[in-house]
Ligand binder design. Structure first.
Ligand SMILES: C[S@@+](CC[C@H](N)C(=O)[O-])C[C@H]1O[C@@H](n2cnc3c(N)ncnc32)[C@H](O)[C@@H]1O
Length: 201
């Protein structure tokens, strides 16, 4: 029955509300970090597609005043952390001025992207747009990630996953896809994780 699909999302949403996060997506990042050891103490982090702000809030808590977080989204954040080690720019990740402002805060140890296009109901169009976002995020990683750094990018699974992972394997020691427990069971999203950015040649 359709109701079964909503059992898990309700659990994560209720947990997020109780723990003061504006979105349930925080538990996807928490699991990714638990599994891959993404966030190290004192890290410099870029969060692309950050609104309403659960991932950013979680990263800031985990950094505990050390390190730095820059974030970008088309939408305003639903959090106001007021930390000195936090920079937010409202804008389009494809905008050269936005990219340059974020480059000015780098280089980064970690580039995170939970950015997703608004869904149109046309799966082909949505996955194409999601793949384009991942390509753009990998361009950010090429330009702004320190050697040894890592990238995490959300992808709506269409046909492009293998090509994206091949691109990542050229510049990261390891590259793989992983779908956290907190993803809705009906969702076709996954996360691509590149660890150990190779030295640029
Ligand atoms: C699933 S939400 C991110 C949730 C966030 N990680 C959190 O935990 O609160 C996806 C976000 O991607 C943003 N986004 C999509 N396309 C974007 C673009 N071109 N530039 C900047 N942000 C974008 C959307 O505005 C949306 O807020």
């Amino acid at each position: 029955m359709a109701a079964a699909n909503y059992e898990k999302p309700d659990f994560w949403s209720v947990k997020a509300r109780k723990e003061g996060y504006p979105a349930r997506s925080v538990y996807k990042l928490e699991e990714l970090d638990r599994k891959f050891g993404i966030l190290k103490p004192g890290a410099r982090v870029l969060d692309i597609g950050a609104a309403p702000g659960s991932w950013s809030l979680w990263v800031l808590k985990k950094l505990a005043g050390r390190g730095f977080l820059a974030a970008v989204d088309l939408q305003p954040l639903g959090i106001s952390p007021g930390n000195e080690n936090f920079f937010f720019i409202r804008g389009d990740l494809y905008d050269a001025a936005v990219k340059s402002a974020l480059a000015g805060q780098g280089p980064y140890d970690v580039v995170l992207s939970d950015a997703a296009p608004s869904t149109s109901g046309n799966k082909g169009l949505d996955t194409d747009r999601s793949e384009a976002i991942v390509e753009a995020v990998l361009d950010y990683a090429d330009d702004m990630l320190k050697p040894g750094g890592c990238v995490v990018a959300k992808l709506f699974m269409g046909g492009g996953q293998r090509e994206l992972l091949d691109r990542m394997k050229a510049s990261f020691t390891t590259a793989r896809a992983f779908k956290p427990e907190a993803c809705r069971s009906v969702s076709f999203e996954t996360y691509l994780i590149g660890m150990g950015r190779k030295q640029a040649t």
